[in-house]
Design a protein around this ligand. Structure first.
Ligand SMILES: Cc1cc2nc3c(=O)[nH]c(=O)nc-3n(C[C@H](O)[C@H](O)[C@H](O)COP(=O)(O)OP(=O)(O)OC[C@H]3O[C@@H](n4cnc5c(N)ncnc54)[C@H](O)[C@@H]3O)c2cc1C
Length: 399
């Protein structure tokens, strides 16, 4: 491999989140020297706290997690079945359905808490001796040179490798340092997640309900339990965050018109700003982007983590092939294949979801009439519906 002697590592990964760690776990069996730099302390990575996120994963992601040693670290009873999903527009009788249909699958996907995913990715990566995890270290500088990439840590130390992979979240500083432009979409909404228990069964069906001024998604978690995901303007969000559990339960009961029965709030509220980001380039000489740093999806798409895993799979396969052929893995001629494939597998969903979300969160009268008509006819959303179900139920990358 090029530069093997001169460099500290063969690959440097910045960010020990689900994307960075699962990429490292996929790449490590090749035997190359991988360094992961993560700003949080080891304990937060090895035993992450519950952050309220319940992540819907696709059949392909579950298969990848099994193949790369992650799935065995997730307790079986914490992997919930997602049989189908419905989009409900308040006042429109017919919901838009996402069911496995002709896919041959009994369910469209699975749901697992983000902290279990993070822990599983850590455990899958931690078994490799050729992988060095440097925690409590923040990358503050990046130099992309002709023969190597060098990162600078906060304390001034530098580390080099033929390739730096940035998986440092949707507000990636490395992406900016590399000069990669992004398309950003600020939905000007706050996302609040909270666990609830309810008295009527959900039949493992998720729902996304568009109400006046807010959306409420219910993600099924085992028997009569769900994660409630609210998206609303930030100033309204602040009022919700100030409610007691009892007050919030009452609100959710009202918003669901009693559909799920009596509601009890069983967890703390967590909030996230809603900004979608798409990098204009996923790779350049000596540099590649993964996870939310490459594609930061709106959570309603249930695809951010899934796309992170798909990107990790494509990048690791591309690099393996290059290594076997004795190529320099940091060259754009190698990374191009990853960039093109990952764009192809993410761009249609990114654009499709953003246009649906914009339509459904627009409270102007024209938009209300338009979405009633669209939901009733169903036709305009069919391609997006097919795209989403196809993405959820497929076991492997699309041909
Ligand atoms: C409410 C909510 C619900 C969601 N639901 C779903 C879902 O249903 N399905 C789905 O697929 N996805 C979902 N997602 C998205 C999913 O959670 C993310 O896509 C995923 O966690 C991103 O992983 P990542 O590794 O790219 O980034 P992160 O998890 O953000 O990890 C980045 C890591 O990089 C580290 N870091 C950052 N900067 C530096 C630096 N300079 N130096 C060193 N380390 C650094 C950070 O400490 C962090 O550990 C949801 C997200 C939210 C907010």
């Amino acid at each position: 491999m090029a530069n093997k002697k001169k460099n500290d590592f063969d690959i440097l990964v910045v960010g020990g989140g689900p994307a960075g760690l699962s990429f490292a776990a996929m790449m490590a069996p090749v035997g190359c020297r991988i360094g992961i730099i993560e700003k949080q302390p080891l304990d937060k990575i090895a035993n992450p706290a519950d952050d309220g996120r319940e992540v819907a994963i696709t059949h392909r992601s579950r298969a990848l997690m099994q193949q790369h040693g992650m799935l065995k670290h997730i307790p079986e009873n914490e992997m919930h079945i997602l049989r189908a999903a419905q989009v409900i527009n308040h006042g429109t009788p017919e919901p838009l359905e996402f069911s496995p249909g002709g896919s041959g699958k009994g369910n469209i996907g699975f749901v697992v808490a983000n902290h279990y995913i993070r822990r599983a990715a850590y455990n899958a990566a931690a078994v490799f001796d050729n992988l060095t995890l440097m925690t409590g270290e923040t990358v503050t500088g990046l130099d992309l040179e002709a023969t190597a990439a060098t990162v600078t840590l906060e304390g001034g130390k530098t580390l080099s490798a033929p390739l730096v992979v940035a998986a440092d979240n949707r507000f990636s500083t490395l992406r900016d340092k590399a000069g990669v432009k992004t398309r950003k979409l600020d939905f000007k909404r706050l996302c609040i997640v909270v666990k609830i228990a309810h008295s009527k069964p959900h039949d493992d069906i998720a729902s996304e309900c568009f109400l006046e001024g807010l959306t409420l998604a219910l993600i099924p978690l085992g028997d009569r339990a769900a994660s409630a995901v609210l998206t609303l303007p930030p100033e309204d969000g602040k009022k919700i965050l100030a409610l007691s559990r009892e007050e919030l339960a009452e609100k959710i009961y009202e918003w669901t018109d009693g559909r799920i029965g009596q509601v009890r709030v069983t967890g703390d509220m967590h909030s996230y700003p809603l900004v979608a980001v798409y990098a204009e380039d996923f790779a350049q000489e000596r540099f590649a982007l993964l996870g939310d740093a490459a594609v930061g999806m709106h959570p309603v798409s249930a695809h951010g983590f899934n796309f992170g895993l798909y990107g990790a799979e494509v990048l690791s396969q591309t690099l393996r092939r290059a290594m076997l052929s004795g190529l320099d893995i940091g060259k754009m001629s190698v990374l191009e294949e990853f960039a093109i494939t990952h764009r192809r597998q993410t761009r249609p969903m990114y654009e499709g979801i953003n246009s649906i979300v914009q339509l459904y969160t627009d409270d102007r009268a024209g938009a209300k009439i338009l979405r009633k008509g669209i939901l009733a006819a169903g036709r305009a959303l069919k391609p997006v519906q097919r795209l989403i179900v196809g993405n959820l139920t497929r076991d492997k990358a699309a041909e």
